[in-house]
Design a binder for this molecule. Structure first.
Ligand code: HEC
Length: 686
């Protein structure tokens, strides 16, 4: 038994038999972070995703095997981090479903399905994912894809309260794990591609009553919103927005992932999404910084009061959300210990900020960056490369692209090594102005030319890297390369290990050197980060399996029903293999009912409404290869009437009519006659 594990076990036994069931999760427990538990998304408030457990270590990891596993009823991307409290493991799957298991045996305790309308899948830019629950006292909290925040009884899974946190008539989503801080449940929203207007809300954990709300962009109507953000909008943000299409949707800036609480400075750090529409010329006439889009914002958890902000990407033109993992740590900088908040931003720079003041301490490229040559440390602003804002025509081989140098996949920190492990990626993208732009309410409104999906330059092959970043030396100590750019989050442990998945392999690396020590074929792609916990003297590692998310939707990996795999030393369980992938028979075009539609109109409609999901080698159906396009009645039933709505394919009646659907079919039939395009995997993501 590892030292930390023995200590954790002793603590429980020493007090009383029920000492490990301490009447629910509270701030003390999350802060004290008992070694055997994982109580919030990033394990503890500082979100380091470091567990001191060391039974599974460099010497023993070779004995790691499956202790128990379970399969879920939904496919597409599984992004949740399993939480473990009082011997119960809580996780979520796509479509915001919640599951509770006995963490030792895998026995199912309860499950909860919020029954999200499948049509809401249209509002999820980047798959119908969910990243997990929050725990507080006797309740479990989940954010549903349709914008509800739901409190469940931790023992039974029964609904205690449910609040609609967004206007259900607008394309808002929730995919993030809510966070529990000081008796409040914090949750934001997504939807900046459409765009909506982002905000963060704090609800009373007991009653679900709204305590405060902070809007991330000014109100386009000029009307007051709420006490928390109105004042700072007037002082700092209003003057950074000009006339433009942002007024149609609200400017984006949706805080859709990190909310990190720093106990020492009593601040929460929130990352906000891209400005919307993406194209700054269309959004605000190419003027202003557009606060607080693509920003890190520090707020008081009690009141939502603004304290500081830092904007890595002023006037975002590229979909550079600042929604990557925000991690708090104590670092030895300049001879003293400094409390910092850090982010490997989508834009390719690794930022280190003083936690209390927001002062910029470091900003260094952790991947290849072509849109800027560096960050001016005096002003904190990027030094932009000429042409990066596609002012002279389409960019060529720009990197990072919209998927970022790093996306939502969580990093991890080892306080032993003072290293941050970044699941990084290098992908290229061509940005260009559109020929014309018309805002379509409720649909994607990027304001870009079609080059986002059809590159205008020959793009280098994308790839991935696990980077051990030294935030003090401001450089990588080691890197491991992968052919797959879009991979899993990371877990670091006291056993000197870093856990990470790429392709179908779940792997453990030496935290100090990057040496590969163990791998296991999970049978499908995994994108979530693993968590670890201990029960009765045994350490477990839990991983959600199921490929998808923004990078998955642009890829060729097939959809798989999700799984949870839980490992321990000498685990001997062998999961059932996934069913074989069925390759689709070629279309019999001779049997097609000829279309009366206009293929040119159909192409424009497909680019506007369909390609955001149906753009790839097979994650979602490749429409030009689908037998459904062979005849008009079934096609219309799906595309207009929503026959597949329960499976996430909304009907489009609110955007166009049956004649337009036939135009799309005409285009797809014409496409079907062409030889299959050479897919360039994941160069066109979001
Ligand atoms: C938000 C994502 C999304 C968008 C946008 C979208 N679809 Fe779909 N579509 C899906 C999903 C998910 C499925 C698979 C449903 C299932 O498993 O039954 C699907 C399935 C289909 C199918 C059935 C294909 C088959 O072989 O089973 C057709 C046809 C289709 N979509 C047409 C369209 C058209 C036309 C558009 C644009 C007007 C469109 N879709 C836009 C998500 C989307």
């Amino acid at each position: 038994m590892g030292r930390m594990l023995r200590w954790a076990a002793m603590l429980c036994i020493a007090v009383t038999v029920t000492a490990c069931n301490k009447g629910g999760v509270d701030a003390k427990r999350i802060e004290a972070a008992e070694a055997g538990e994982w109580l919030t998304y990033g394990r503890t408030y500082d979100e380091q995703r470091f567990s001191p457990l060391d039974q599974i270590n460099k010497e023993t990891v070779g004995r790691l095997g499956v202790a128990w596993w379970t399969g879920f009823d939904t496919d597409r991307g599984q992004e949740a981090t399993p939480l473990v409290a009082d011997g119960v493991l809580y996780t979520t799957t796509t479509w915001s479903k919640v599951f509770a298991f006995d963490a030792k045996t895998g026995k199912a305790l309860w499950s909860y399905d919020p029954q999200v309308d499948g049509g809401k899948g249209f509002n999820a830019c980047c798959d119908v994912v969910n990243r997990g629950v929050a725990l507080w006292k006797d309740k479990v909290y989940v954010g549903a894809l349709d914008g509800r925040l739901i409190a469940l009884d931790a023992k039974t899974g029964k609904v205690v309260w449910s609040i609609q946190t967004t206007d259900p008539n607008q394309p808002y989503t929730i995919t993030q794990a809510p966070r529990a801080v000081k008796g409040k449940i914090l949750v934001g929203n997504g939807g900046a591609e459409y765009p909506v207007r982002g905000y963060l809300s704090a609800f009373d954990a007991e009653t679900g009553k709204l305590v405060w709300r902070f809007h991330m962009t000014p109100n386009p109507t000029g009307a007051p919103d709420n006490a928390a953000s109105d004042k700072v909008m007037k002082e700092k943000a209003n003057a950074t927005w000009y006339e433009g299409a942002w007024k149609d949707g609200g400017g984006g800036a949706t805080p859709w992932d990190p909310i990190t609480y720093d106990v020492k400075s009593d601040l929460i750090f929130v990352g906000t999404g891209n400005a919307g529409p993406w194209n700054g010329k269309i959004r605000t006439g190419g003027k202003g910084d557009n606060l607080f889009a693509a920003s890190i914002v520090a707020l008081r958890p009690d009141t939502g009061e603004y304290v500081w902000h830092y904007q890595p990407t002023p006037r975002d033109d590229w979909d550079f959300d600042a929604t990557q993992h925000l991690m708090v740590a104590d670092l030895p900088i300049g001879g003293k210990t400094q409390r910092v908040v850090m982010q490997a931003n989508k834009n390719g720079f690794y930022y280190v900020l003083d936690a209390a003041s927001g002062k910029l301490l470091a900003a260094d490229a952790y991947v290849k960056v072509t849109w800027a040559t560096g960050v001016d440390m005096a002003t904190g602003r990027p030094i932009e490369a000429p042409g990066a804002r596609y002012e002279g025509g389409a960019t060529q081989q720009q990197t990072p692209g919209a998927l970022g140098g790093h996306n939502w996949q969580p990093m991890a920190f080892s306080p032993k090594e003072n290293l941050v492990y970044i699941p990084a990626q290098t992908l290229y993208m061509d940005y260009a102005d559109p020929k014309e732009f018309k805002f379509i309410k409720g649909a994607w409104n990027l304001g870009l030319g079609p080059s986002i999906l059809a590159p205008t330059s020959v793009q280098p092959t994308p790839f991935g890297q696990l980077i051990a970043w030294d935030p003090v030396a401001k450089k990588a100590r080691w890197k491991v390369d992968f052919p797959e750019p879009w991979r899993s989050g990371v877990l670091a442990t006291g056993g000197g290990l870093v856990f990470h998945a790429a392709g179908h392999k779940f792997m453990a690396f030496d935290a100090a050197t990057g040496k590969a020590l163990w791998e296991y074929d999970v049978g499908a792609g995994a994108i979530a980060a693993a968590s670890t916990y201990a029960i009765d003297g045994e350490q477990y590692v839990a991983l959600m399996v199921g490929f998808g998310g923004a990078g998955g939707m642009g890829g060729t990996e097939p959809r798989r029903k999700g799984r949870l795999l839980v490992f321990k030393l000498d685990g001997k369980t062998v999961p059932t293999p996934f069913p074989a992938v069925v390759t689709q028979a070629p279309l019999d075009l001779a049997a097609a009912t000829p279309s009366t539609g206009d293929a040119v109109k159909g192409q424009a409609l497909a680019e506007q409404f369909c390609n955001t999901c149906h753009n790839s080698g097979g994650y979602l159906p490749v429409l030009a290869r689908s037998p459904v396009i062979l005849e008009p009645v079934g096609f219309k039933a799906i595309v207009i009437d929503g026959a597949r709505q329960p499976h996430g394919m909304a009907g489009f009646r609110r955007f166009f009519d049956a004649a337009a659907a036939e135009d799309i079919r005409a285009f797809l039939l014409a496409e079907a006659k062409k030889p299959p395009p050479k897919t360039q995997e994941m160069t066109h993501g979001r």
